[in-house]
Design a protein around this ligand. Structure first.
Ligand SMILES: Nc1ncnc2c1ncn2[C@@H]1O[C@H](COP(=O)(O)OP(=O)(O)O)[C@@H](O)[C@H]1O
Ligand SMILES: O=c1ccn([C@@H]2O[C@H](COP(=O)(O)O)[C@@H](O)[C@H]2O)c(=O)[nH]1
Length: 204
């Protein structure tokens, strides 16, 4: 089997990474498999829910990236993996796992994926979704309240305490590792077409 095409999609919270990933998955459906770094947040069973709300989830050490690298290598080698599943409402890894099967295109998505050189070495294409901070926080408030069971106050506190400073320290500088910077993500039709053309070339 030909080695899969591995695409890393990074960018700040609310930038549009998932939207771009969904657009590519929709276009290439059965040929795409996605690994979300978010699913590899470390387990924090030893802490109470209140303690877990206070953690910094925007620094590289919050993730079990070694496990993700191992899983990505397995997928590249044609083996299925049992991916952990993260529960954002509970701020913890759930007991579920998801079987992820190898496919010709593998997308790896996450805010900090370009901060890990060993992970970057496995990417054939590195995309960074770039969206202004004011737009991202507006999207995040809406998403976290509607989908992740948060209050507006908790989103504000977390954003100022960890999300913003860690973005400036880690996420923004990691943009330099990208091959392509995609303003606005999945609704950028010109960029999307160019990425789709590159992926189609993989099948020729
Ligand atoms: N270009 C866009 N214009 C308007 N809304 C968008 C755009 N891209 C994403 N969104 C919305 O913003 C929110 C966050 O986008 P998402 O792709 O989940 O970001 P990320 O995965 O980077 O956190 C979602 O509700 C999504 O529908
Ligand atoms: O328990 C958690 C774990 C993570 N977060 C936040 O999630 C975002 C990353 O997800 P995106 O989909 O890229 O926005 C990160 O900024 C963490 O702060 C959380 O709130 N709680």
């Amino acid at each position: 089997m030909k080695r899969p095409l591995v695409i890393g999609i990074a960018g700040g919270t609310g930038s549009g990474k998932t939207t771009l990933t969904r657009e590519l998955s929709r276009r290439f459906s059965e040929d795409v498999t996605v690994l979300y770094h978010d699913n590899y947040y470390k387990r924090n069973d030893h802490l109470t829910y209140a303690e877990r709300t206070q953690l910094n989830y925007d620094a590289p050490e919050a993730f079990d990236t070694d496990l993700m690298i191992e899983h990505l290598r397995q997928l590249i080698n044609g083996e299925a993996i049992e991916c952990p599943v993260y529960d954002f409402a509970d701020h913890n890894r759930s007991d579920e796992t998801l079987t992820v099967v190898p496919r010709p295109v593998i997308i790896v998505e996450g805010i900090l994926i370009f901060c890990f050189p060993q992970l970057c070495d496995l990417f054939d294409i590195k995309l960074f979704v770039d969206t202004d901070a004011d737009v991202r926080i507006l999207r995040r408030v809406k998403r976290d309240v509607i989908e992740r069971g948060r209050s507006i106050e908790s989103v504000e506190t977390q954003y100022l305490a960890t999300v913003k400073p860690m973005h400036e320290l880690y996420v923004e500088p990691s943009k330099r590792k990208a091959d392509l910077i995609v303003p606005e993500g999945g609704h950028n039709n010109v960029a999307l077409e160019m990425i789709i053309n590159r992926v189609e070339r993989h099948f020729r």
